[in-house]
Design a protein around this ligand. Structure first.
Ligand SMILES: Nc1ncnc2c1ncn2[C@@H]1O[C@H](COP(=O)(O)OP(=O)(O)OP(=O)(O)O)[C@@H](O)[C@H]1O
Length: 912
């Protein structure tokens, strides 16, 4: 018997008018699940499963428990002859070769999922990427199950579904299937509409016959199982990667399961006094800016016309472009090297003394930065200055760091530290190595920058061009061929990459613990890579002894992937898409000189993004916000903002945790949310768009800290020109923010103030606790009607009942009483609110201090034994890349990239 595991999604086949009537069309949207496709030759009857026409079975890690469920257990244990002949034992199927984990899987045949096949040939081609219909009986059964499966929070189900995914429609109580209902009452109506279903196979590496034979399918199965366990594909991918990387970063956590870093809640000593701190340098600038979304009322009819439930489509102008197929750069033969060109940074240790300098300016006892963090900051700030065409003086760079970190540092302190510490020295092995190379007859040359400033702690070489290398080659020794000149550097991007493209052999020195050792971006490979110069002579004599260089993307293993590296300010390299927002795209990027990860937000809406950057400037230094590294317009038309990269949002984590968080997690999140919002308010800003999508956990060592981002809708509540120092109360304002979490006053069209952010936090926390809010799923043809109905529910009995629900802790009553009792200009009592969470935490017996053990760290969330998804190309990424690569405008793209000053390296374009 042959079998194949596939990841499949059931899609409702919409009637032809669905697109037109999308606003009111309730439909079911299922999440991906794992299925087993059995192909069995007629003669092997022993494997035939009861339902003869079925050949697609749902796999679940949970035992189907509904009354009439039929299922089989997949085990690794081979049956004995006796067991095979024992007819009673029909419930066990042996998997051979065995599954790569101990956990039992269940193969469910209830309801029977029978794909209709026209002929026996088609029968064997299930995973060829086509769509498959359920037969009528199966479709009906499936709908019945959906209808019968009630949401798990009684009282909330009355208003099931909304414009977004709502969990809880699960089949056979396992998480194998999950239906999302879109509109109230859909479950009653759905079967009348006879919605048909397609099997929609997700793009996944299709398996060759060879794969099946070698058993590599089991490696993929490990991954697929994770998909199955983790409820949704995208969340699984994002969140497991995040958690795994956190675990890699924090070995202690990985081994002990203990949390080792406690987020620093904003203490009152760190909290600036609002009145003292409010007039920051950027404040007047911010005040003079036009607020892009200020709630100016619009014509309601206009609003109705514009409202659409459709997902955002990426503006075609955003396409970074179609990509031409570029053949990989040929490897350079390097066995007859005659001349060696050194990047001085390979010989001279500038980093060590500079780290000492920085540590003395920002002593760890006061500022808590590590030497590595400070060095990275220095290198990044310096590179940005160079890219902006500024003079690079170490004093100015260090002042930039202080400004970036919002720390007051005196110029005299900097001057003293530079004088005492910035004394570069040669690496220990350099003198002996150079002497030996000269003895062997090699010609040695040092790359140098004509504009090198002797005061600069790290000499920055200009990016090599093929022209500069050409002249280097011909001028110094005209008889030498390029292949005889070895370029040695620790800078992969500015030196090794262009040198390699120009046809020179290159060597990358990656000293352990240094910045260069961490910079592994799979672009052009170097000829050699070695840790110190000690190895150089041996390698020159015996090239085969060189450690293998890192591998660039291998088209064969990556499948249909196009990776575009675009560079911003010659400092950040875009590597993938992180997310899309209403006003632009957010990319994952690497700081080229330090290897640190950043997020790049890009938008053609200059006003929106530059306004957001101004808000971040006003909030600089506030704990719990990503730091903005750089922002500015690009010549291609976009505005770019580079900021700290964050981990998954609370919306992602909610799905990862099966749709809701435990009370303990809610309390810890609530405490951090209040601290952040207090600090934001203290700088004169209100957020006006509090939602789970705008809170994310930190990346790397900040994995347990909550961050707030996305300040598109924010504005100043503080107005020094009024007597009360507060913006004036106004009515008739347009509702700003996401309606689900919008305060009642915002619904009424009142100008928002600090109290509205607090109320929204309350709604967000209740949403995360219950998995949904009562006003989700209000069906209305027009947005205005929907908003009115939502407001009514927030003001009336549905919300009172919701607060009285047994799963809603009583302190939420006090929370909402407080937020609603606040006058427009009144400052919320953040401490009192935080205490509500702390007291509840203590009363529940979870201790006096938060332990920061969030739900997503629990063993059930991620199984440590699960294979790393390294060889896996995330669906998420593919989808985004598909968007990028959709249009065929190669030349257009390259011209623009050139105009924009973006250096493009197209790694490959492969279509299988
Ligand atoms: N600093 C970051 N680190 C990691 N991911 C990020 C970061 N900033 C944004 N993202 C991702 O990009 C998505 C869109 O970002 P953001 O919400 O800032 O865009 P937007 O255009 O302002 O969207 P909207 O206003 O519609 O919420 C986010 O949901 C998140 O997944």
């Amino acid at each position: 018997m042959r079998h194949r595991f596939v990841v499949i999604k059931l899609r409702p086949r919409l009637p032809p008018w669905a697109r037109v009537g999308q606003k009111v069309l309730p439909f079911v949207n299922t999440t991906p699940f794992l299925a087993l496709h059995l192909l069995y030759p007629r003669e092997q009857r022993e494997y035939r499963i009861r339902c003869r026409t079925s050949n697609l079975f749902v796999i679940s890690s949970e035992k189907p428990t509904s009354p009439n469920s039929e299922y089989f257990v997949l085990t690794n244990k081979k049956k004995t002859k006796r067991e095979r002949t024992n007819k009673a034992d029909t419930r066990t199927l042996t998997v051979d070769p065995p599954l790569p984990f101990k956990e039992t899987l269940y193969l469910s045949v209830t309801p029977r999922i029978c794909a209709e096949f026209k002929n026996s040939r088609a029968h064997g081609q299930l995973i060829n990427g086509e769509k498959y219909r359920l037969d009528k009986a199966s479709s009906k059964r499936f709908l019945q199950v959906l209808e019968g499966a009630g949401p798990s929070i009684p009282g909330v189900c009355e208003t099931a579904g909304e414009e977004e995914a709502v969990p809880a429609l699960s089949l056979t109580n396992s998480h194998t299937w999950s239906g999302y209902s879109r509109c109230q009452g859909d479950r009653a109506r759905i079967s009348n509409w006879e919605v048909q279903f397609d099997f929609d196979l997700l793009p996944f590496k299709s398996l060759s016959e060879a794969d099946l034979k070698t058993g590599s399918i089991y490696d993929e199965l490990n991954l697929l199982r994770q998909v199955n366990l983790d409820y949704t594909w995208e969340n699984c991918d994002n969140v497991t990667k995040y958690i795994q990387s956190a675990r890699e970063d924090l070995p202690l956590l990985a081994t002990s399961g203990q949390l080792i870093r406690v987020p620093s809640a904003v203490s009152t000593t760190q909290q600036p006094d609002p009145s003292a701190n409010i007039l920051r340098p950027s404040f007047s600038h911010l005040q003079s800016l036009v607020i892009p979304f200020d709630g100016d009322p619009v014509d309601e009819s206009e609003m109705d016309d514009e409202w659409s439930d459709e997902p955002m489509t990426v503006d075609s102008d955003y396409d970074l472009g179609p990509v031409k197929r570029v053949s990989p750069i040929p490897a350079v033969k390097a066995d007859d090297i005659r001349m060696i060109v050194f990047d001085p940074n390979v010989l001279v240790d500038h980093d060590g003394p500079l780290q000492e300098t920085l540590m003395s300016i920002f002593p760890p006892s006061v500022y808590q930065f590590t030497a590595k963090e400070l060095l990275d900051l220095y290198v990044e700030r310096e590179a940005l200055r160079v890219a902006d065409g500024h003079l690079v003086s170490p004093t100015a760079v260090i002042q930039d760091i202080a400004f970036h970190l919002d720390l007051p540092i005196k110029e005299s302190t900097i001057a003293d530290a530079l004088k005492h510490h910035a004394e570069p020295h040669l690496y220990p092995e350099v003198s002996a190595t150079l002497a030996a190379l000269i003895d062997e007859g090699y010609i040695l040359i040092l790359l140098n920058s004509s504009s090198h400033n002797p005061q600069m702690p790290i000499p920055r070489l200009p990016t090599l061009t093929s022209c500069s290398l050409e002249s280097l080659c011909t001028q110094s020794h005209p008889t030498l061929r390029r292949s005889q000149i070895l370029i040695i550097t620790n800078d992969n991007y500015h030196i090794a990459e262009p040198a390699s493209v120009a046809g020179f052999p290159t060597a990358l020195v990656q000293r352990p613990g240094s910045r260069s050792a961490e910079l592994v971006i799979p672009s052009t490979p170097t000829t050699y890579t070695f840790p110190t110069l000690n190895e150089l002579l041996t390698i020159l004599k015996d090239p085969a002894s060189a450690p293998k260089p890192f591998k660039p993307f291998n088209p064969k293993t990556q499948g249909e992937v196009i990776v575009i590296y675009s560079r911003i300010q010659d400092c950040y390299q875009v590597t993938a898409m992180l997310g899309t927002g209403s006003y632009g795209l957010v990319f994952d990027a690497i700081q080229l000189n330090t290897g640190s990860r950043v997020a790049v937000k890009s938008s053609f809406w200059h006003v929106v993004l530059s306004y957001e950057a101004a808000i971040y400037a006003q909030l600089k230094g506030v704990s719990g916000l990503p730091r903005v590294h750089w922002h500015g317009p690009q010549r291609g038309g976009q505005y770019i903002m580079v900021m700290d990269k964050l981990g998954p949002t609370l919306a992602h984590l909610k799905n990862f945790c099966r749709g809701r968080f435990s009370l303990k997690t809610i309390l810890m999140l609530g405490d951090q949310m209040l601290s952040i919002i207090e600090a934001v308010h203290s700088r004169g800003i209100i957020v006006r768009d509090i939602k789970p999508e705008n809170f994310a956990m930190g990346h790397g060592k900040d994995y347990n800290r909550l961050f707030l981002f996305d300040f598109d809708f924010s504005k100043l509540w503080f107005d020094p020109h009024t007597a009360s120092k507060h913006i004036p109360f106004r009515e008739g304002r347009m509702q700003i923010g996401m309606e689900r979490y919008m305060s009642r006053n915002a619904h009424s069209g009142f100008e928002q103030s600090r109290r509205d952010d607090i109320e929204s936090i309350g709604y967000v926390l209740l949403y995360l606790l219950h998995g949904r809010l009562p006003w989700q799923g209000i069906g209305a043809s027009y947005m205005s009607t929907k908003l009115r109905r939502m407001q009514k529910m927030k003001l009336g009995k549905p919300f009172i009942d919701f607060l009285a629900h047994e799963k809603t802790p009583k302190f939420f009553n006090t929370f909402f009483e407080h937020s609603q009792s606040l006058a427009f200009e009144e400052q919320p009592d953040y401490n009192m609110l935080r205490n509500l969470f702390r007291t509840e935490f203590e009363e529940r017996g979870w201790g006096k201090e938060y332990d920061w053990e969030f739900d997503w760290w629990k063993k059930s969330g991620v199984d440590e034994e699960i294979a790393q998804p390294l060889a896996f190309v995330p669906y998420f990424e593919r989808e985004c890349l598909d968007v990028i690569c959709r249009q065929e405008k190669t030349q257009w793209f390259h011209e623009r990239a050139h105009d924009m000053g973006i250096y493009m390296v197209v790694i490959h374009t492969v279509k299988e």
